[in-house]
Design a protein around this ligand. Sequence first.
Ligand SMILES: O=C(O)C(=O)C[C@]1(C(=O)O)C=C[C@@H](O)C=C1
Length: 287
Amino acid sequence: MKISYLGPKGTFTKMAVDALFPGEEAYSYATIPQCMDAVTNGEMDYCVVPVENTIEGTVPITMDYLIHQAKLPIVGEIVIPIRQHLLTKNELELSEINAVYSHSHAIAQCHQFLHTKLPQAVTHATSSTGTAAEMVAEMEEPAAAIGNELAAKEFGLTILQEDIHDYANNHTRFFILANPAAKVPETIVSSTNRKTSLYVTLPRDYAGALHQVLAAFAWRNINMSKIESRPMKTGLGNYFFIMDVTCEAEDILFQGVQQELTALGCSLTVLGSYPIHQYEKKAGANL
Ligand SMILES: O=C(O)C(=O)C[C@]1(C(=O)O)C=C[C@@H](O)C=C1
């Protein structure tokens, strides 16, 4: 079994991979689209990609590339607690740090900390928190990375300040996307907690169009756990709606929704019906 993830070493995505696929071969890629492409072209069986964070919301590149380009099925989800630390090469005063490197989502999770404690430091976005740690480990100037304990270990950095994220309840959701030919391992399938992700496009702009869509789920008592609009990229004001519902796509009531929305001229695409996993801390784990 081969799994692609956003690398290099020491990323949160790598932690998610280790939790889901212990002992399996994991391959690092530089970007989220590259992780998905590796599955599409058959190099990899699965990829693990970040989707949504408690503080910063959706990871747009993941949803956009999944919907517009990769079109891979979602076969599972894991939610991981996120602890962001300030990592440096040596012990420094905060006032000495002139640059901070990290993934844009990690920087956003620590915005208030950076604003109040490191006003002099210029922030630089990197392709991942692991890349930021790798870069800072090679720099001579007094810079810091935002990343996790695993990155500190992998790149020999000091944790100058722990838990610098602005809100304590910080979690990120990751999707497991699969090559349609791959057999999903039993450890991933076996979870009683399940969800379906889908997106809906409306036939045109008219009063109550979205209300009709929501009503189709509501009167069947199907619980919606998330709804968000994303641009269709075809013109200003053209949006589709990504939704998560807590039932299976095979459920007779869900199929009723599909028929009703199709009759109304909407299009409904299922991205996957999948099990939800919660990260369980193991002895010696880095979270
Ligand atoms: O840079 C990493 O470590 C990642 O795995 C990416 C990512 C993200 O895209 O949101 C994953 C989890 C954290 O929320 C911050 C960064």
